[in-house]
Design a protein around this ligand. Structure first.
Ligand code: AGP
Length: 610
């Protein structure tokens, strides 16, 4: 969603800010802007440039002599008011002496706007953020930290924000509450950003603010404070990240790069975690003893979007291997139904970014009620990772494309590891444990084999892209695969794609089958194959075009269909291998349709507002 960058030092800020904003484009946005502190303390000390559209449009429109050695920039994903030049950040106070960029949502913005208007303040935008600029501008506190803290004391909601003030030219003040904010340490220069991606080309020594923290950032360093202005004395630490992993390199898009990285990412995920001798797994990050695993009577998985669908795959794995009741639920709905939190339930939060607000709030609700939550999270040190009692990091490496691929594969592997762990303290035999562990070890190679058939998928995708609407169907293990397939397809191709349980077709959706509506069917070789093939016949009888993701030895009974065969693994691991062709179908359909694959319209990489 929205992105923040800031710089203070001896260099010119605008090129650094524009480059940083460019690196945040993948998060999803519809306008961009920056403000710099120009030399001098006159009324023109702050210079703002902002506009609807892309960062490159902003760069092209920057006025001449737009210069300054301190500045903050923003990419906005519209929440309050349309995406236009006025609503773009930064927002300023009436005197243009305060400029604010903000990620998150101010829940009591309407009331604050009314109060400011009653005091004679003219609000020029539709945004919630503008109130922060006015509140800071009107504060009588002596310091910028005091002004920001005073403003924040009347605000309800979430924020990652950065403030520049003409009267305090040596600093940027930043604050975090529910929306990430990182301070980056350079050599006599400092950076701020909402995402590591914007910093890694400059520095990998960073401090991540906690909720409720503020920081003063000057060219010489930073100090962290609580909202009551007492020091928290946070230190910066190096993060282990390769800046090149944030580059698309030779690939036409990040999504393509990230799909092809899946064998290596899967290998990283499994490294050191498979115990072939005992047919077991090592998951030290869970901080749980075998007897605590044994005490678990239920597993509840929470995630959003694709993380929710892979959570459904995970629930299936856990029920199959550990025989513990398990289910997945959309984290976005969870806390609104006053959920019953059981002491012997293991809650699992699954998130690539670790910042998805719906998932984070679900975790907080569970912990508030005394439940135990573990995280399957990719981004180390992210909010969800920090909030959980323990976890399994995904080690997928940075995932930039909005459409999640390699993180998703590693989420599945995380569930497989957990399922074996839970199973082996119960009734999963050493033979079955070994069967699974051996299959997992071989999985990265099989992932590579599926991806190697990209050309075949591309040809099929071009045909599917011509259809205005598609069905994705599957049963039991295949159903979350179908859901994820439909999700990817609609996300980046903008074609209507709907997932159904194959068994549900006859209860309604079959009415829509005709030659214009292709169906992508997930048909593994398992005890449901015959029934699945029966459904394919019913679709073919109505002249519905069929693409079938299946195994080589599955006999489709002469039904006319395009087959996409994936290699056999152990049946429990089929879902992930069957998901891969669907990623590539979505990718090549979107490519064929000429879409911006890494920045699909209306979507954001990290959904940090409710
Ligand atoms: C995946 O392709 C989507 N972009 C989206 O559904 C995503 O999985 C969801 O928003 C959850 O994100 P998270 O994994 O970062 O929590």
């Amino acid at each position: 969603m929205c992105g923040i960058v800031g710089y203070i030092g001896a260099q010119q800020a605008p090129p650094i800010l524009l480059e940083g904003l460019g690196r945040l484009e993948h998060r999803g946005y519809d306008s961009a802007g920056l403000v710099v502190r120009a030399d001098g303390r006159g009324p023109r000390a702050l210079r703002v440039a902002k506009r609807a559209g892309r960062v490159r449009d902003l760069a092209a429109a920057l006025p001449k002599r737009f210069a300054g050695t301190a500045g903050i920039g923003h990419t906005r994903w519209a929440t309050h008011g349309p995406a236009n030049d006025v609503n773009a950040h930064p927002h300023t106070d009436a005197d243009q002496r305060v400029a604010v960029v903000h990620n998150g949502i101010i829940d009591n913005a309407a009331a604050l706007r009314e109060r400011l208007a009653a005091d004679g303040v003219e609000l020029v935008s539709d945004t919630d953020t503008e109130v922060v600029a006015h509140l800071v501008g009107r504060s009588q506190a002596d310091t910028l930290e005091g002004k920001v803290s005073e403003a924040l004391s009347v605000i309800d909601g979430t924020w990652g924000l950065a403030v520049l003030h003409a009267d305090f030219p040596d600093r940027i003040v930043v604050a975090r509450n529910g929306s990430p904010l990182i301070v980056g340490v350079g050599d006599k220069e400092m950076y701020v950003a909402s995402d590591l991606a914007a910093l890694v080309r400059h520095t990998t020594t960073v401090a991540m603010l906690d909720d409720g923290e503020l920081a003063t950032v000057t060219a010489g360093g930073f100090t962290t404070l609580r909202h009551d202005l007492t020091a928290t004395a946070k230190a910066a630490t190096p993060v282990d990240v390769d800046p090149d992993s944030y580059e698309a390199g030779v690939h036409a898009s990040y999504m393509h790069k990230e799909m092809l990285e899946q064998p290596a990412a899967a290998e990283r995920m499994l490294r050191g975690r498979l115990d072939e001798r005992f047919g077991a797994t090592h998951l030290g990050g869970l901080n749980m003893e075998p007897r605590e695993f044994r005490a678990i009577r239920r597993v509840k998985i929470l995630g959003c979007g694709s993380a929710y669908y892979v959570g459904q795959m995970g629930a299936g794995l856990i029920e199959d291997l550990a025989r513990v009741p398990a289910d997945a639920e959309a984290a976005s709905e969870f806390r609104y139904r006053n959920p019953i939190i059981e002491p012997d339930t293991l809650y699992v939060a699954v998130s690539q970014s670790g910042e998805t607000i719906d998932t984070l709030l679900a975790v907080q609700e569970i912990r508030r009620k005394g439940g135990r939550v573990i995280g399957l999270v990719n981004v180390v040190g992210s909010a969800i990772a920090r909030e959980c009692d323990g976890g399994i990091y995904l080690h997928a490496g940075p995932e930039v494309a909005v459409a999640s691929t390699k993180a998703l594969t590693n989420m599945f592997l995380g569930f497989a590891l957990l399922a074996v762990q839970l199973g082996r303290v119960r009734d999963l035999s050493i033979a079955d444990g070994t069967r699974l562990v051996t299959a997992m070890a071989a999985l990265p190679g099989l992932v590579g084999q599926v991806l190697a058939k990209e050309e075949q998928y591309a040809a099929v995708a071009r045909t599917l892209a011509e259809a205005p609407s598609l069905f994705f169907i599957g049963r039991v293990r295949g159903f979350p695969v179908a859901r994820e397939g439909a999700q990817k397809f609609k996300e980046i191709s903008y074609r209507h794609a709907e997932a159904y349980q194959t068994s549900e077709l006859k209860h309604g959706p079959l009415a829509l089958i005709d030659p214009a509506l292709p169906t992508v069917a997930v048909v593994p070789a398992d005890d449901l194959t015959e029934r699945n093939v029966g459904a394919l016949h019913e679709i073919a009888a109505r002249r519905g075009p069929l693409v079938v993701v299946t195994h080589e030895d599955v006999d489709l009974g002469g039904v006319e269909a395009v087959r996409l065969d994936v290699p056999r693994s152990e049946p429990e691991l089929d879902p992930i291998l069957m998901t891969l062709p669907l990623q590539l179908l979505a990718y090549h359909a979107a490519l064929h349709l000429g879409h911006d694959i890494d920045k699909p319209r209306n979507l954001a990489k990290s959904v940090t507002v409710e």
